[in-house]
Write a protein that binds this ligand. Structure first.
Ligand SMILES: Cc1cc2nc3c(=O)[nH]c(=O)nc-3n(C[C@H](O)[C@H](O)[C@H](O)COP(=O)(O)O)c2cc1C
Length: 308
């Protein structure tokens, strides 16, 4: 696509293919009121001198404050702080009421429980189209060792779940399942008893193996998305790794697409399947997918998935 014909939404979506972490950039206004916004445009720039950058939209309500404060802090959110990210990306009246914070050594707001923070003096504010690039000189920082919250293609993801899936796969014979969605419907196998498409995990890359299985099963082109659930079924003593996936249009060779609500009125093969379908139904309606791990009866939705 050439520049003249760019569709802003398509360009934004393409930029969003780059997976990032999530930060909240903070400062104080002239009256001492804390301000902050969610930013995934953070980049480390230089070790000597210690420099970083974030890009700030010129439309930001805090544009003047942020660019004139002379200092700012970058809080790298940890994987349990999805709600913090959402709060600082929305026009919430008092964003800071939702977090525990204190002034850093340079004076800008530093949040509790972050993966890392950097308290900076503003080095430069560079004009860059509809944004400015703010570079900061790091005056103080801390690194808690917590996992950072991930963000890609408009969804949050969390490294802990990926790690859990890897160790689950290493521990025993794992089953790979998929919530294959299309326009809000999910692909089920079976007539009287419905199940999610599932295959045994062989050696190799699980997402690739699952995609090959699903494409052979349905005859459709399938894309594997983020992990959705990792749990141990104590009845069959197996680890189950569930991914989200999407399929192209057309009738599947095997299985059929059903609304989650419709499927829940039929017999499902296990309590775990009905939990997954119920959770998908809820999260799909609020556009906010979470991750889950545990066993089939006593697991929990990881805090990253909680809706504010
Ligand atoms: C994950 C995520 C990343 C974002 N990254 C940026 C960013 O890098 N720069 C930016 O200006 N806005 C970014 N935004 C949007 C702002 O957080 C959002 O517009 C916010 O409401 C701005 O607040 P303000 O107008 O009060 O400054 C991001 C939003 C999300 C959810």
């Amino acid at each position: 696509m050439s520049e003249a014909g760019f569709d802003a939404r398509a360009l934004r979506d393409a930029f969003g293919a780059f997976p990032t972490g999530v930060t909240v950039v903070t400062a104080h206004d002239a009256s001492g009121r804390p301000v902050g916004f969610t930013a995934n445009s953070f980049t480390s720039v230089s070790l000597d001198p210690p420099l970083l950058l974030v890009c700030l939209a010129k439309t930001s309500r805090n544009f003047e404050t942020m660019t004139r404060a002379g200092k700012f802090a970058v809080n790298i959110l940890s994987e349990t702080q999805k709600d913090v990210s959402n709060t600082f990306a929305r026009p919430v009246e008092d964003r800071f009421a939702a977090v525990e914070w204190q002034k850093g050594p340079e004076g800008s707001p530093i949040f509790a429980d972050v993966a890392a923070w950097f308290d900076c003096s503003t080095e430069q504010v560079l004009d860059a189209g509809d944004h400015v690039i703010m570079t900061g000189r790091v005056k103080a920082f801390d690194n808690s060792g917590r996992n950072g919250l991930g963000y890609a293609r408009g969804s949050y993801f969390t490294p802990a779940l990926a790690g859990k899936a890897v160790s689950a796969a290493a521990e025993g014979e794992a089953q790979l399942s998929a919530v294959v969605e299309r326009d809000g419907d999910i692909l089920f196998l079976g007539d009287d008893v419905l199940s999610l498409p599932t295959c045994a995990m062989e050696a190799g890359e699980p997402a690739q193996a699952l995609r090959d299985y699903l494409q052979a099963l349905t005859g459709l082109s399938v894309s594997i998305g983020f992990l959705y659930s990792v749990y141990e079924n104590r009845t069959d003593n197996r680890q189950h790794i569930v991914y989200r996936a999407t399929a192209t249009a057309g009738d599947p060779v095997s299985g059929r697409f059903l609304t989650p609500a419709g499927a829940l009125q039929q017999k499902l093969d296990s309590a775990a399947t009905s939990d997954i379908v119920r959770r998908f139904d809820l999260e799909n309606s609020i556009g906010n997918f979470g991750v889950y791990f545990g066993n089939e009866t006593a697991g929990k939705v990881h805090p990253v998935s909680r809706k504010a």
